[in-house]
Design a protein. Sequence first.
Length: 135
Amino acid sequence: MIKHVIRNLTPAVVMAALSLSVLVAPVAFGFDGTAQGGADAARGTDQTANLFGQSGIFRTITNVLLFVLGAISVIMIIIGGLRYVISGGNSTAVTAAKNTILYAIVGVIVALLAYAIINFVLDSFTGGTSNGTNV
């Protein structure tokens, strides 16, 4: 009889303990309900504390990738222009050169739209503050 009661109560006790730990652990480790608070609670000792804002790691990564994409796009536009110039009137080569230029310009437009979307999302995480200080 006692084994039957223990067998039936064990899952309930385990679930209650897990539920309590899920509710208490975030507060115990400093999570305050914001994205920055969650990042601070999960941050290791050697990781940066500033994830959002103008000097945050997400903004830095976005700026570096946008710079690289811009450089690649400029190079591809130059290559497309050179292909257009040396095509010698061959319609297939002219079409390929125009497509190279077109795709490079479309890539720049997509990159700028992605940059705008990322800035919008990061500003929504930080509550609209762009000065690097988060509360």
